[in-house]
Design a protein around this ligand. Structure first.
Ligand code: P1T
Length: 377
């Protein structure tokens, strides 16, 4: 079956009680049991909820995974996956990730004895150097937030598997519509469903998709034991969102390409980060690994002052954190999403004070261009 058919139908069976075509919001904390140890498969809503179960079936199918788990946020999904690693074990973390992911490693997991090193996972030679005898996991984002570096998932998976380590990919920027990491050998996919999967900037959530049965059992156990579950209402919203994922991603991609090209030709812009541009260092890899380039574009304005002028003069684009909604959002990574990354690390990655990131929405693209044009001038 095609992607859109799966998006619309997987997990979305008509409600067995009423025939409701949309999976209802089962807003309940518990379920009546027929007798001691006799129930309909639902005991307590932290453990099982039919709305959440429908979403878990849906996104797992979109990622080509056997198992899926929905969490209260992208960060709680990532945290659950990192609980597969124990004190004294080592993780290789891509050197450019969402700032909150770096913060989880450096300010939370490190205190629990999880060791980690940063590595440019787009450079396989330097990745190989980062392995230690106790390395159990490689965690990558591709393309990265916000400088859009692309990592070769098949190459990283081969290297990691030869050394007995799992590969985790944060697929938030591409969504399963443009990139299915499991098909490239990745073991575990994580998402902030807050972004493209939900797509309407009205829910915070996270997801873990994977094939390995033992790891899936452990993630399910962690989901129930820690309790950072996605609520029934948020599950409903994301389930509604994924039905239109294909049409939204096509529109984000179309608009993203136009905006990236406009910025690349603009005399006031020094550099544009977008894997769809032929000038992007991993353009060929992105073409092979992804089926589109999406709507995330970052650009260098040269100074904090210039960035401020753009960010404070846009009228249609909304200044704010987050991405992946239908509306265009514009942000300043250095002071917003990546403020928790030390300044010298930011500088080395290109997350300068002049860098601006835009999540290109699905408005009429002429209006987005006109807005950026007037803000830049
Ligand atoms: O915000 P939350 O749902 O917890 O997701 C965290 C997260 C994980 N992974 C990636 C790639 C992300 O971009 C994020 C959140 N990012 C933003 C809020 C942002 O504006 O970049």
């Amino acid at each position: 079956m095609g992607f859109s058919t799966i998006a619309i139908h997987a997990g979305n069976d008509p409600d067995p009680t009423t025939g409701a075509v949309s999976v209802p919001i089962y807003q309940t904390s518990t379920y009546a049991q027929d007798g001691l140890g006799r129930h309909k498969g639902y005991e307590y809503a932290r453990t099982q909820n039919p709305t959440r179960a429908a979403l878990e079936t849906n996104i797992a199918a979109l990622e080509g995974a056997r198992f899926g788990f929905a969490f209260a946020s992208g960060m709680s999904a990532i945290d659950a996956v990192l609980k597969l690693v124990t004190a004294g074990e080592h993780v290789i973390l891509g050197d450019n990730t969402y700032g909150g992911t770096f913060r989880l490693f450096s300010r939370v997991l490190a205190d629990y004895g999880v060791q980690f090193d940063l590595s440019d996972t787009s450079d396989t030679a330097s990745l190989e150097q980062a392995f230690r005898p106790n390395t159990k996991m490689v965690f990558v984002e591709t393309p990265t937030n916000p400088v859009m570096t692309v990592t070769d998932l098949a190459a990283v998976s081969d290297i990691a598997h030869a050394r007995g380590a799992r590969v985790v990919c944060d697929n938030t920027f591409m969504s399963p519509y443009f990139q299915r990491p499991i098909e490239h050998g990745v073991d575990i996919v994580v998402h902030s469903t807050t972004k493209y999967l939900n797509g309407h900037s009205d829910s915070v959530g996270g997801f873990v998709a994977l094939n390995d049965e033992a790891d899936a059992e452990r993630i399910g156990f962690i989901q129930n034991s820690v309790g950072a579950i996605l609520s029934p209402f948020d599950s409903f919203l994301v389930l509604r969102g994924t039905k239109t994922l294909a049409v939204r991603m096509e529109a984000h991609d179309r608009n993203g390409r136009v905006v990236a090209n406009f910025l690349a030709e603009h005399p006031r812009i020094e550099k544009v980060y977008y894997p769809g541009l032929a000038s992007h260092p991993q353009h060929e890899l992105a073409k092979r690994q992804q089926t589109g380039f999406g709507g995330m574009v970052s650009f260098e304005t040269g100074s904090l002052d210039n960035a401020k002028k753009v960010l404070e003069n846009v009228k249609l684009c909304i200044l704010g954190e987050s991405l992946g909604g239908v509306e265009s959002l514009i942000s300043h990574p250095a002071s917003m999403t990546h403020a928790s990354v030390p300044a010298e690390k930011r500088a080395a990655l290109g997350i300068t004070d002049g860098l601006v990131r835009i999540s290109v929405g699905i408005e009429d693209v002429e209006d987005i261009i006109a807005d950026l044009d007037q803000a830049l001038s």
